[in-house]
Design a binder for this molecule. Structure first.
Ligand code: BJW
Ligand code: ZN
Length: 253
């Protein structure tokens, strides 16, 4: 049997599917990944200067402006065929749990329910001092250009500066998110791991947890990211190309 046939069979037989996504699934919506050598965000930007608590302390206006810029990019982007195919996966009556490392809201906008964000969200800022989630004012100033300096608004409770609600290195994952992700990895029959380089912990250990518990792990990525375990399957290609056809076949029980 070939890989496509094996993946289709695994999907058809599964009662509980975990969909685990990374930046690659949103690449075809025009949102850059982090580590892709030519097109990734970090090919052009130093994350130490923009994406750490230290950077925020030293230059809050630069870091706040950076996340508002990225938020604006996401608001202008649309879910792609891969996000939509994942939302359709739940139509077949199976249990589908979407766990994403992404800080965009494209799964939700494509129609997926109860998406777990392991690395936070661009959409819900929080207070740098008291950590409470905050709301952005309904009327937002457009960000004129990348690198714009914009003074962060203040927390209505403690007057601390607002920061983006994403998870920086060294910070804990949002309460409950990791517990749900680990439990889902241990209890699913099939994990679809899509568009992630698998280097950021603890998220990168989720496929191992699923394999150890006996699940089939199907990777979808233009690059071979397989660890060569017996129950791993690798579909090489872009998510927007591979997923719609795969899910169409997998839905027909
Ligand atoms: C396509 C495609 C297409 C392209 N279709 N695919 C154990 C060992 C060593 C270190 C650690 C450890 N435990 C913790 C650490 C430290 C650290 C860490 O992991 N460091 C390593 C890098 C060495 N981790 C942390 O600090 C984490 N916190 C933590 O562990 O707290 C303690 C804790 C422990 C246990 C439970 C709970 C708490 C926090 C990590 C925060 C990550 N933050 C970032 C930045 C967010 C802010 C921002 O955006 O500005 O999150 S880093 C960045 O990487 C971002 C992503 O979510 C994350 C993962 O990246 P992803 O999604 O895989 O993207 P890329 O770019 O790497 O890959 C894209 C892939 O797509 C590629 O494979 C392409 O080929 C593919 N692709 N086009 C399909 N069309
Ligand atoms: Zn506060």
């Amino acid at each position: 049997m070939d890989v496509l046939e094996n993946t289709t069979t695994a999907l058809r037989q599964a009662e509980h599917i975990m969909v685990f996504t990374g930046a690659g699934i949103s690449a075809e919506s025009g949102i850059p990944t982090f580590r892709d050598r030519l097109t990734g965000l970090w090919a052009r930007h130093d994350p130490q200067r923009l994406e750490t608590a230290k950077a925020f302390r030293e230059n809050p206006a630069l870091v706040w402006g950076w996340y508002l810029w990225r938020r604006q990019q996401v608001l202008q982007a649309q879910p792609n065929a891969a996000h939509r195919a994942i939302a359709r996966l739940a139509d077949g009556g199976r249990q589908v749990t979407v766990i994403t490392q992404n800080i965009d809201d494209l799964h939700e906008r494509a129609g997926s329910q109860d998406v777990v964000h392991l690395h936070g969200s661009l959409m819900i800022p929080k207070c740098f001092a008291c950590h409470r989630p905050a709301e952005l004012s309904a009327v937002e100033q457009p960000v004129p250009h990348e690198g714009a300096l914009i003074e962060p608004p203040r927390c209505t409770r403690c007057n601390g500066r607002l920061r983006s609600g994403v998870v920086w290195f060294g910070e804990d994952l949002p309460a409950g998110a990791w517990k749900t992700a680990a439990q889902t990895a241990r209890s699913c029959d099939v994990m679809l791991s899509i568009g992630t380089s698998g280097v950021v912990m603890p998220a990168a250990s989720l496929p191992d947890l699923a394999l150890a518990a006996g699940a089939v792990v199907i990777h979808i990525n233009p690059i071979d990211v397989c660890m060569d375990e017996p129950k791993e399957l690798m579909l090489i290609g872009e998510a927007g190309q591979v997923l719609p056809a795969l899910i169409e076949r997998g839905l027909a029980r």
